[in-house]
Ligand binder design. Structure first.
Ligand SMILES: NC(=O)c1ccc[n+]([C@@H]2O[C@H](COP(=O)([O-])OP(=O)(O)OC[C@H]3O[C@@H](n4cnc5c(N)ncnc54)[C@H](O)[C@@H]3O)[C@@H](O)[C@H]2O)c1
Length: 249
């Protein structure tokens, strides 16, 4: 399979904006599609001026000005799904709702060229359930591509393969991850389970932190502090969910 060069990202929210930025920095030409101009503007502003955006990346010495300008020049934004018809890869990052994801993929399947790979950034929905939305011919080209938040910073991408996902598809996405400076792990689709590897393990810890809080053993501040100072976690178990849902401003 030829290398992936052009990518359409569906949804320019917390994850879509960060994914688009990461892949553009990695050298791909990326088109972000959202449903209204105001969401497009928010995505552009997150990518350019956000806490983990291109400007701050240059200020912090993570990227050169030249590379940040080149990445921005490879990014475009649209509200029209037809603008994605020629891409090599779709990465879907619309809200975590199976019906919405199926609707989006059914529409894309009709518009986007037959060779394109389809990936979902679902946090935990079963890939085979989402894949029902596309034609039989697309099923070997369907994969889960689970980024972590904030996507421009976090290295990990879980690649979830359903029974019909082809080895060729997995390898093409692994190569893309490497080109974008990401580390990938292969994860088997697990119908009936929510979450893949990292979130399943992480949320077990969050549940325990909530139980400790409910039992009145420590305050939420001290629970967070205990894990940050005791185990060098970057944020405490009760603080993570806020950043993931509201974005990192
Ligand atoms: N936030 C996280 O930490 C995180 C981490 C990993 C994976 N995820 C997953 O990523 C996905 C997106 O989550 P998010 O936090 O970025 O959500 P979000 O609400 O911040 O962004 C979703 C975006 O999708 C847009 N959208 C809605 N319908 C659309 C359509 N038909 N076409 C194109 N765009 C559309 C919305 O306008 C919005 O801008 C979810 O599946 C979520 O579970 C989230």
């Amino acid at each position: 399979m030829p290398p992936i060069e052009t990518i359409g990202v569906l949804g320019g929210g917390v994850m879509g904006a960060g994914i688009a930025q990461s892949l553009a920095v990695g050298g791909a030409t990326v088109t972000v599609r959202d449903i209204e101009d105001k969401f497009i503007e928010a995505a552009r502003s997150t990518i350019v001026d956000g806490r983990y955006g291109l400007k701050r990346g240059v200020e912090r010495g993570k990227t050169s000005q030249e590379d940040a300008d080149a990445a921005l020049a490879r990014l475009s934004f649209t509200t029209k799904v037809e603008d994605l018809k020629d891409v090599d890869l779709i990465v879907e990052a619309v809200p975590e709702n199976i019906d919405l994801k199926r609707k989006v993929f059914t529409e894309l399947d009709k518009v986007v060229n037959d060779d394109a790979i389809f990936a979902s950034n679902t946090s935990g929905l079963t890939i085979v359930d989402i894949t029902e939305a596309v034609s039989d011919a697309r099923k070997p080209k369907f994969i889960g591509m689970h980024f972590f938040s904030p996507a421009p910073v976090m290295k990990l991408v879980e690649l979830i393969h359903a029974e019909r996902t082809s080895e060729e598809t997995i390898q093409a996405i692994e190569a893309l991850c490497t080109a974008a400076g990401k580390a990938s792990v292969r994860v088997k689709d697990a119908p009936g389970k929510y979450g893949f590897v990292a979130n399943r393990i992480y949320f077990a810890a969050v549940r325990e932190a909530q139980a400790v809080l409910a039992e009145g053993i420590a305050t939420s501040e001290d629970i967070n502090k205990a894990m940050v100072m005791g185990f060098k976690w970057p944020v405490g178990p009760l603080a993570m969910v806020e950043g993931a849902t509201k974005g990192w401003q």
